[in-house]
Design a binder for this molecule. Structure first.
Ligand SMILES: *[C@@H]1O[C@H](CO)[C@@H](O)[C@H](O)[C@H]1NC(C)=O
Length: 235
């Protein structure tokens, strides 16, 4: 995944940014526990993952429940970044599932975030349940105490936080750009609350970093000063 492909975003707040490829890995989480081969859970999980693959060309977000019963039912969802078309979404989800199988083989529960999409499954139903756990955080090593930078950053974060209505937002102010998204099952008020927590984490933990990403269980917020967008080589 080279950093050469430029993706121009012209939606949301009207900002554009140059991002990495949609299949660029951001993070994965795997449960330490594994499912046993040949169990009902394995069968239901396979159905679930197949259903995700089938649904991705038609919708940017869907959740699934396959099978019934404690220990047997599988729950999952996927979501694509709000600016992706159906074909890009489907391709990203295919990549995410393939990477998930490699990174978390046999895991009872797992989640994986690429630049362009997110997938998660579990044997416990998590869909639509409030969860503000922090899943991933990254702050650039480069920082800036420049007043103009901090003003622009705070303006971007404020706009992203305030304007979550459709779940996906892009913002820019001066040299700073940002993007945020809530899961498709989150009510507007919960989305706003999730973004507020993520912004608090960004400012609290990343200080004056020139770029920062915070992913909570149900939303993420990212910002970067021009030229500081995270590259795969910095992962
Ligand atoms: C999995 O469950 C979903 C509903 O959540 C259903 O639409 C889909 O057909 C199921 N997949 C399989 C392969 O049974």
């Amino acid at each position: 995944a080279a950093a050469a492909a430029a993706i121009l975003l012209v939606i949301g707040l009207g900002a554009g940014f140059t991002g990495a490829d949609t299949d660029t890995f951001i993070y994965a989480g795997c449960s330490p526990s594994k499912y046993q081969p040949g169990t009902p859970y394995e069968g239901n999980l396979k159905s679930l993952l197949a259903s995700i693959t089938d649904a991705a060309p038609n919708a940017a977000y869907s959740s699934f429940a396959n099978g019934t019963g404690d220990g047997a039912a599988a729950y999952g969802l996927y979501q694509c970044r709000g600016d992706l078309g159906n074909a890009e979404c489907a391709a990203c989800v295919r990549d995410a599932l393939a990477q998930l199988g490699q990174v978390c083989p046999g895991a009872y529960a797992a989640s994986l975030q690429l630049e362009g999409c997110y997938v998660r499954y579990d044997g416990t139903n998590f869909v639509g349940r409030p969860d503000t756990a922090m899943v991933y955080r990254k702050c650039s090593a480069s920082t800036s105490a420049d007043a103009g930078f901090l003003r622009d950053r705070d303006a971007v974060l404020g706009a992203l936080q305030a304007a979550a209505a459709d779940g996906y937002r892009v913002g820019s102010s001066g040299s700073v750009q940002g993007v945020s998204q809530c899961l498709g099952d989150l009510a507007a008020a919960d989305c706003t609350g999730c973004l507020a927590q993520a912004v608090g984490q960004l400012k609290g933990a990343c200080g004056t970093a020139l770029a920062a990403d915070v992913h909570l269980a149900q939303c993420y917020v990212r910002y970067w000063a021009s030229g500081y967008y995270f590259r795969p080589s910095q992962a």
